[in-house]
Design a protein around this ligand. Sequence first.
Ligand SMILES: Cc1cc2nc3c(=O)[nH]c(=O)nc-3n(C[C@H](O)[C@H](O)[C@H](O)COP(=O)(O)OP(=O)(O)OC[C@H]3O[C@@H](n4cnc5c(N)ncnc54)[C@H](O)[C@@H]3O)c2cc1C
Length: 381
Amino acid sequence: MSELSEPRPLRELTTLAVGGAPERMLQADDAEELVDLLTELWADDEPWTVLGGGSNTLAADDGIEGAVVLMRTRGIERVDEPDSVLLRVQAGENWDALVAHTVETGLTGIEALSGIPGSVGAAPIQNIGAYGQELSSVLESVELLDYESGERVRVPATELELGYRSSVLKRHGGEPAAREAVVLSVDLRLAPAEDGLSRPVAYSQLARALDVELGDRVPLEQVREAVLALRSSKGMVLDAADRDTHSAGSFFTNPIVTDQLARTLPAEAPRWPLATADAADTVLPLDGSAGTEIPPLAADAEPQLVKLSAAWLIERASIPRGFALPGSRAGISTKHTLALTNRGGATADDIASLARFVQSRVQAEFGILLRPEPVLLGIEL
Ligand SMILES: Cc1cc2nc3c(=O)[nH]c(=O)nc-3n(C[C@H](O)[C@H](O)[C@H](O)COP(=O)(O)OP(=O)(O)OC[C@H]3O[C@@H](n4cnc5c(N)ncnc54)[C@H](O)[C@@H]3O)c2cc1C
């Protein structure tokens, strides 16, 4: 464990590249150190937060109250079982390096989650997902240091309420999480790739890129390469040379509304009826392309939930790609409307003002409040 003599500003440690320095900054390189350090902080009742890769965090410019703990714990253990492989991965490992490792060693289950920035420990926080896969399909359990009890506990994934970009561990809109805890490690249940082939391709845009049908299996490396190429065309991989990647990925989640509200939208609005709770996990295309049309509401129909495309709503609220407020260094990505980006030298206020502007335009046009996906530190939207 070490305490940095001079805390670093979060603009150096987050992908949005904004945010001031906290009062204290500590770094933990192994799980034992991390537990000691957090136990001490919690005993002193100091405000605290942990930071992995900083790719889902929007932090205020004028200093962060309390301590920021940098998650730098490392280690991957592998247990081979008759039909599957269990990987126990420490929270500070890099997510995409882990995906690359599984692909190289012939394990399937997370290949479509290639290129998502950030740490392994943050992956369960919002149940990362992309291109037809979600962490929840392979996450067996997490080891937590629980804030309330101070205990180190292994918790099955079924107790984390993993949903669409959410879990009981996520701080939504700057609020405390339903269960305050730090993820020390995650257990992933993966399968050896039969003949080196991936899981069935479950996302049409990916199937088109691979020139296969939905449900086909292809060599694992091809899935990884195709996903990385698709992501890079949308500015959704980290690339210092591409300003569109100075973002937190999608800034708003796709709203889930009642079908009555969805029916007030223009007929061409993409929408996905959520027949089951699981369907809430559907990942929508970033370009807002068409979904399923909703049939007229029968008088005695049960209210149903419908997922909408945030990208479509933003575009239809007349906010184009590349849009920026006058004089601001923040702008909408030039590749799609769902990412708010730092065009160089933006402040957290620039990003927050743009986010509020997008929210107010969409609300005025459609009566729907877009909710931010990143975790807000010292900022309210
Ligand atoms: C270009 C780009 C593309 C992206 N694409 C996707 C995508 O396709 N799908 C997707 O789901 N997300 C995507 N994201 C968002 C982001 O990469 C993920 O949410 C990622 O899991 C965040 O990891 P991190 O370590 O950077 O989190 P951080 O920003 O460091 O932390 C995020 C939150 O998690 C908490 N946290 C971090 N580590 C722990 C821990 N060990 N225990 C408890 N709490 C913790 C932090 O306190 C904070 O509240 C994208 C982001 C970018 C910049």
